[in-house]
Write a protein that binds this ligand. Sequence first.
Ligand SMILES: Cc1cc2nc3c(=O)[nH]c(=O)nc-3n(C[C@H](O)[C@H](O)[C@H](O)COP(=O)(O)OP(=O)(O)OC[C@H]3O[C@@H](n4cnc5c(N)ncnc54)[C@H](O)[C@@H]3O)c2cc1C
Length: 279
Amino acid sequence: MNYIDFKSPTGLAEARSMLKELGDRASPVAGSTLHVFLRDESPKVAVDILRLGLSGIRLMNGEYHIGATTTVSDLLEHRQPGWVLDRVAKAFVTQPIRNMATIGGSAVRVFPWSDLPIALLALNADLVITGDDERVMAAPKFFETQPFHHLQPGDLLTSVRVPALGAGQGFAYHKDRRTSTDFSRCTVAAWLALEEGRIADVRIAVGAAVPMPRRMEAAEEALKGARPGPAAFAKAVEAGIDTLRWKGLHGISDEFARHLASVLIVDVLTQAHEEAKGA
Ligand SMILES: Cc1cc2nc3c(=O)[nH]c(=O)nc-3n(C[C@H](O)[C@H](O)[C@H](O)COP(=O)(O)OP(=O)(O)OC[C@H]3O[C@@H](n4cnc5c(N)ncnc54)[C@H](O)[C@@H]3O)c2cc1C
């Protein structure tokens, strides 16, 4: 990135009006960790959004409201009933990057190594965009394309809402990589709700080994109403695995990526089931 100026507004309205006025010549910056990866060399004004009061985690009516500039370290350190994003933050590359990167910056541009979008899909999060009006987008819609395409100049992602995990529910997350700081070869997450020993609802999300993070809806459908267990999980994955296009990264073939995903999804479903049972 080629920054020629840096603005530091202290309120949301001020930041939005700067971004609107500058249009394509400006870029919001939060943790600034992505900028080493961006190839755009056109001169830009950086508009810092860290002083807009958009940080913090609040539980309201069974839902966590997470301000867009909340850092990944904050997600890791937070402890409250039904809070699960610490498990995802733990997989996020290293502590120095966790200290800077924000949940908003991690959601707006998705890369194969991105952790949060997969978890937000499995948890059925809502993403709040503040423009001239406030728009709430469900995670599947938000991540259908690169999310920055949803934003006009002056629009900001201002918060992310994640339901707290309730009784009879479980969540699990796994990122497959060769070393703890390596890029992901396949990332999976599962959320599951039990009722009278059967699966009342389930969500499975995958990333890295597919071009964009996606839910595996055919497998979810196959599991609804089923008695949970390894055989049911494997059968459902078989039903859903070829509905997505698998892409091998970091030295693995497409076929291996498909196989890896099928094994990891059964693992996260098993872990989510254990948690839902109260284990
Ligand atoms: C070496 C390295 C390794 C990494 N490994 C991982 C990893 O394992 N897993 C992982 O998930 N991430 C990883 N990341 C971080 C990830 O790639 C992004 O850099 C990071 O998540 C972006 O967050 P940020 O707050 O720094 O955003 P920034 O870099 O400040 O911004 C990112 C983009 O989003 C826009 N933006 C930011 N906030 C908003 C907002 N609220 N509204 C609208 N637009 C906004 C910016 O304009 C910019 O285009 C890694 C980064 C580095 C440098």
